[in-house]
Design a protein around this ligand. Structure first.
Ligand code: ZN
Ligand code: ZN
Ligand code: FE
Length: 762
């Protein structure tokens, strides 16, 4: 009698391509003695399998536990089919299909198995700088289209040698269908150029580049998502030269260390931070400098933190092995404010004024992708820049959304594309201040729309009429409905989604700049909000920003404005060092601007208040990057100074003038900036706590979302978080989406989609 057969067609969706999913299903099926086939299409992986019913059921049940480590399963659908009489189990070629649904894997740091082979003399890939397998290597940065197969990647021009081909075809090999698979005889190669673009002859370009680094030279190194500029982090002169040539006044440089031990010596590394440093995403982690650190002081001047990461490509590992160095500056290869460079020709053209040499290779970077930056907050990642390793992994939504493109904000731009239950956040695009960044924005939108097969049905943008992103969205208005979303509402919505919280919450949206519904610049906002709508409950008292944008670059202007608001013109009689030092500035002109309200927009920004207090305390009068003064004001905080400023609130406003008078009183009494900072920080915690308690009493809201760039301030984040928890609030803080404007797009998208689904008009 013929044994009973069962046949099922299984569809698996999620991150299931480029991660070794089909081979693991092959092993599972053949291990159970089943026949059939497995293949990719653009919506996921299909398994068509038949055999004894018990074994077929065991396969279905065993999919999650047998899935490869890098995969993320979102959905498994099983359909029974009439038996077909398969004789074997095979992995068959990919099929194109309509309904897109496959998720693209982010790039993954070199795995331990590949590292072992890299340093194994007997291995045919000994010291091969592009070693990879299904568990590691480039993904998003080399994928041109789906399904994810070699012809759809920048590896298509490298024809595999017989040895690589055999691995690629062997379902039991770690490199089965590893699309970037390559070796010394068939794959990409490195070469070294000087800064005239001349080829530097020699057997071993990596060893040569390593020696140049050890000798204090600046080498541009082609990486996974773009070029880095590398120098020895212990060589003060080299670091100084790099800073000078890159025209980066004081922005901290990122570091790459050979191993965790180096990081432990240079920083006060915690166990949580060590775990995050070693994750396959390999982000830059902001770590507190250790007292005994001995790296060049020019790396992060005036900063208590170092941004450090571990090597994430084979080439990085080889550079450390060959050079004997244990720490390199690895700052992105560009001039300040321009996008990171990805192609060889542009690199040599643009960076020849900075780099002495170029370590290039011939595997093209299709997608620009900067290093991600995070800190460890309460044992989890707190992303400040979401890029390599994280993009384009999606955020899962609570309900199915239409196809939306949210264009994000102006600074630290990212955009978001949503479809169904997924929202895909782009990699970091940058500050939309010049043509290069804007064209990278447009290009990345086109690429991701095509790759994910998302043709937007509606657009979301910031309300600021001057943002290039707003203008871009409005330029597509003829095709699509367009929703403007208020900046701080978007911040809070992004925090709610980041926490999978879909009720109404109190939102503290604290940042530098965001366009308000009244046309003023907001930034110190207490909202009550849902994903659909919000109300502004409290905000910091408005103050003028004399000179507009210039007041951001020159915090002393803000200090003058706050003093003028608190004391009127008589503030010039205050015997403060700050006032005395104004003699060199063009004070009369500034006061005229204030009096006549010329080019002096009103703002409720907490970021500007931080800036103003930093200037008033004598810490910093001008900044070379946004938030620098605020950051230094936080870092000088002297925990041992007792006391707190009382911030009054009422009638929708948090009063600032009284605070300024209290600060001036302290400074006149000889208090240090550190004491002023401590009292101000404590004052903020206490006023926000009181306001939240009042809103809870009035409206029954028990959750508070903390968002906006000000929450990069760890002291405020941590102390406010604890104070709110002590009073029984549920506190929502950011995690996989930045609190700064890099997270805005997700919030815009959620708000626009909810409004659209609820029938709102544009
Ligand atoms: Zn590997
Ligand atoms: Zn090969
Ligand atoms: Fe913002």
């Amino acid at each position: 009698m013929k044994a009973e057969l069962k046949r099922v067609l299984i569809q698996v969706r999620g991150v299931v391509q480029g991660v070794g999913f089909r081979p693991s299903m092959f092993r599972l099926a053949t291990g159970l003695g089943l026949c059939g086939r497995v293949w990719n299409d653009s919506s996921g992986v299909y398994i068509d399998v038949e055999g004894p019913p018990g074994n077929v059921d065991a396969l279905v049940a065993g999919i999650p536990s047998n899935a490869p480590p890098l995969s993320v399963i979102d959905q498994i659908r099983v359909e029974e089919r009439p038996p077909e009489g398969f004789k074997t189990f095979e992995i068959t070629a990919s099929e194109q299909s309509g309904g897109a649904g496959t998720l693209i894997s982010p790039d993954v740091a070199t795995c331990d198995d590949c590292l072992d082979e890299l340093s194994d003399r007997a291995n045919r890939r000994f010291r091969y700088p592009f070693i990879n397998c299904t568990n590691c290597g480039p993904r998003y940065t080399i994928i041109a289209g789906l399904p994810y197969d070699r012809p759809a990647t920048t590896m298509s021009r490298f024809r595999m040698c017989p040895a690589c081909e055999a691995e690629y075809r062997d379902p039991l090999d770690r490199r089965f269908h590893a699309q970037p698979n390559a070796c010394w005889s068939c794959g990409p190669r490195c070469e070294l150029l000087d800064n005239q673009g001349q080829f530097v002859p020699g057997e071993d370009p990596i060893a040569r580049a390593a020696a140049l680094l050890a000798g204090g030279r600046i080498v541009a190194v082609k990486g996974l998502g773009g070029f880095h500029l590398a120098v020895d982090a212990r060589n003060e002169e080299a670091v100084r030269l790099l800073r000078q040539r890159k025209r980066r006044d004081e922005t901290p440089f990122a570091l790459m260390a050979a191993g965790i031990e180096t990081i432990r010596r240079q920083t006060c590394l915690t166990d949580d931070e060590a775990v995050i440093l070693r994750t396959p995403q390999r982000p830059i982690v902001l770590l507190e400098k250790a007292p005994g650190g001995d790296l060049a002081p020019g790396i992060a001047p005036g900063n208590r933190y170092l941004g450090m990461m571990l090597p994430y490509t084979p080439l990085h590992h080889l550079l450390f092995q060959e050079s004997g160095l244990d720490c390199l500056v690895m700052t992105s290869g560009n001039f300040s404010e321009e996008p990171i460079i990805t192609d060889n020709r542009t690199a040599v053209e643009i960076l020849s004024g900075i780099a002495d040499y170029f370590l290039l290779h011939n595997r093209d970077i299709l997608v620009r992708n900067d290093d991600s930056i995070c800190l460890a907050y309460r044992d989890r990642v707190f992303l400040q820049r979401r890029s390599r390793g994280f993009a384009p992994a999606p955020v899962r939504m609570a309900r199915s959304y239409p196809r939306v493109l949210a264009v994000g904000a102006e600074l630290k731009n990212t955009f978001a594309l949503g479809r169904g239950e997924y929202v895909f956040l782009s990699q970091h695009i940058g500050d939309m201040e010049n043509y290069e960044v804007f064209s990278s924005f447009e290009q990345t939108i086109r690429h991701l729309e095509a790759l994910l097969e998302i043709r937007p049905e509606l657009l979301a943008h910031d309300l600021h009429p001057e943002y290039l992103t707003t203008k871009y969205a409005l330029s597509r208005r003829a095709e699509l409905p367009v929703f403007g979303v208020q900046h701080h509402h978007a911040h809070i919505a992004s925090c709610l989604v980041d926490n999978q919280f879909y009720d109404e919450a109190i939102g503290l949206a604290l940042d530098g700049t965001g366009y308000g519904t009244d046309g003023r610049i907001w930034g110190g906002e207490v909202l009550t909000a849902t994903l659909t709508d919000f109300a502004r409950r409290y905000h910091f008292e408005n103050v003028l920003m004399p000179g507009g944008e210039r007041a951001i670059k020159e915090p002393w202007r803000m200090a003058v404005s706050y003093l003028h608001q608190a004391y009127g013109a008589a503030f010039t009689d205050l015997p403060l060092p700050f006032v005395r030092n104004l003699a060199g500035q063009n004070l009369d002109l500034l006061l005229k601007m204030i009096d006549r309200r010329l080019n002096s927009p009103e703002t409720s920004s907490l970021g500007r208040l931080f800036d103003g207090l930093a200037a008033l305390s004598g810490l910093r009068q001008k900044v070379s990057f946004e938030g620098q003064a605020a950051m230094e004001f936080q870092m000088c905080l002297d925990e041992s100074a007792a006391g707190s400023y009382e911030l009054a609130f009422g009638d929708g406003r948090i009063v600032v003038a009284d605070l300024i008078r209290a600060v001036v009183g302290d400074l006149l009494a000889g208090q240090t900036p550190g004491a002023v900072s401590a009292r101000f920080h404590r004052g903020l915690v206490s006023v926000f706590l009181k306001i939240c308690e009042q809103l809870r009493d009035e409206r029954g809201l028990g959750a508070v979302a903390l968002s906006g760039g000000v929450f990069q301030n760890r002291w405020l984040l941590d102390h406010l978080h604890r104070a709110l928890e002590d009073k029984g609030f549920r506190v929502l803080t950011h995690h996989l989406v930045p609190a700064n404007d890099g997270g805005i797009a997700l919030g815009q998208l959620a708000v626009a989609a909810e409004r659209y689904l609820n029938g709102w008009e544009e």
